[in-house]
Design a protein around this ligand. Structure first.
Ligand SMILES: NC(=O)c1ccc[n+]([C@@H]2O[C@H](COP(=O)([O-])OP(=O)(O)OC[C@H]3O[C@@H](n4cnc5c(N)ncnc54)[C@H](O)[C@@H]3O)[C@@H](O)[C@H]2O)c1
Length: 382
């Protein structure tokens, strides 16, 4: 076996996503398993260097994750030919400048979604990456969630017949910091810092719908900033200027209708923090992050409307778990393995900057629809 060590610059990994999902559960987990085997003779072994603004945080992170190399100078790392890959999980508004530098340095670039904070910047990154002829990719982790993979397997086998509607419910209560600390970074609730649930979640809904159900033709959105003030990381009160909930209808070319609710101001009483229910002529299914349940036409509960008595049937009966015993890899790691393989031409990687830009476009149109109070058709990007 030949082991190909590849240097990976990881910028923004002192943050929530970078640290938990990308460094610990992806790159370190891949290292612990000896690398990614791309064929019978070759293994890719990622070798990270941590990059950030705060040296103390990098040292602390390096110790806890057993990564020796760190730097506070992105430019120095980018000028070192050992590092072939640049990864970015900084706050969204900081991404464009760093990614531009990485493209100019001819690195392969992989980054968190949204690929940029607005459509113009997202398309500029795509154009620059194409011109520089570098490999590029955007995180689309939900595609590798076990629940979504199970749902996809039902779609692929034609289980649903004609798909009529898709209902996505995403959200949970994010504390405002007064009683419990806020579980998300404060910039998420400030528009001026790149926050907002539409910009955060519509890129996910775009690739999930596009990869599983079909092209989105039009959308209607009403957003809201339900919680008006929160406490930040220093315990200081700030005014929330960004949307913390969005209520959307996405119409597909093939006639299916998707309704997606996204909210950080909702309490959970459902199977999981994200559920996607699909109703078709021949059957239905509902997927959470890990599990998926299906109900066929022949097992469909006959519902009886009776407000004068307790519910006679348990509507949770007659649902059968899909592939309950199958074990899946962490979704972020699964996509990292594909990106590493792509860098060595071992597999294709269609989840590129253009796909990332389509997610940003959906967010942009979501804001426009909300502002204008109207249904908008989605123009083709190129
Ligand atoms: N794929 C997903 O499911 C998912 C989920 C949450 C967030 N994200 C994305 O990941 C990225 C990071 O989100 P997060 O929740 O980890 O954020 P975070 O605030 O926890 O981390 C942000 C990182 O950016 C760095 N940073 C650089 N410049 C900064 C500045 N001027 N101000 C503040 N931080 C700065 C921070 O040091 C930190 O390392 C965002 O683009 C976000 O949209 C993706």
């Amino acid at each position: 076996m030949k082991i190909h060590k590849v240097g990976v610059i990881m910028n923004g990994v002192t943050g929530r996503m970078g640290r938990n999902q990308h460094l610990e559960r992806s790159i370190k987990a891949i290292q612990d398993d000896g690398g990614v085997k791309i064929d019978e003779e070759n293994i890719i072994y990622p070798d990270p260097i941590l990059v950030g603004r705060n040296e103390n945080k990098l040292i602390e992170l390096g110790k806890s994750a057993s990564v020796e190399k760190y730097s506070t100078s992105l430019d120095t790392c980018l000028s070192d030919p050992y590092y072939k890959i640049y990864f970015d999980s900084q706050i969204t508004s900081m991404r464009i400048e760093s990614v531009k530098k990485a493209i100019a340095a001819k690195k392969a670039v992989y980054c968190e979604k949204p690929v940029a904070d607005n459509l113009q910047n997202a398309m500029e990154l795509y154009r620059l990456a194409k011109e520089a002829d570098i490999k590029h990719g955007v995180v689309q982790d939900k595609l590798w969630l076990p629940g979504i993979l199970k749902l996809k397997s039902l779609i692929d086998e034609g289980y649903f017949g004609k798909i009529l509607s898709i209902k996505g419910e995403f959200g949970y209560w994010v504390f405002d910091g007064r009683v419990e600390p806020c579980q998300r970074p404060s910039w998420n609730y400030r528009k001026e810092d790149g926050g907002g649930i539409i910009l955060d979640m519509y890129p996910h809904w775009h690739y999930v719908i596009d990869n599983l159900f079909g092209d989105i033709k039009a959308l209607t959105t009403v957003g809201a900033c339900h919680i008006e003030s929160r406490l930040d990381e220093q315990g200081k009160v700030y005014r929330c200027t960004a949307d913390d909930a969005a209520y959307a209808i996405f119409e597909l070319d093939n006639g299916s209708i998707c309704t997606f609710n996204s909210s950080w101001s909702v309490r959970v009483r459902r199977d999981d923090l994200l559920t996607i229910q699909v109703d078709g002529t021949e059957g239905s299914a509902i997927a959470g992050l890990r599990k998926c349940w299906k109900q066929s036409a022949s097992k469909t509960t006959k519902a009886v409307w009776n407000p004068d008595g307790d519910v006679a049937d348990n509507y949770f009966d007659n649902w059968e778990e899909v592939n309950g015993a199958v074990i899946y890899t962490n979704a972020f790691r699964a996509q990292w393995e594909k990106f590493l393989g792509y860098c060595f031409d071992a597999n294709p990687f269609p989840w590129n900057f253009l796909e990332g830009a389509k997610g940003v476009q959906l967010a942009k149109l979501g804001y426009e629809s909300w502002k204008k109070g109207s249904r908008l058709e989605i123009p083709r990007l190129i």
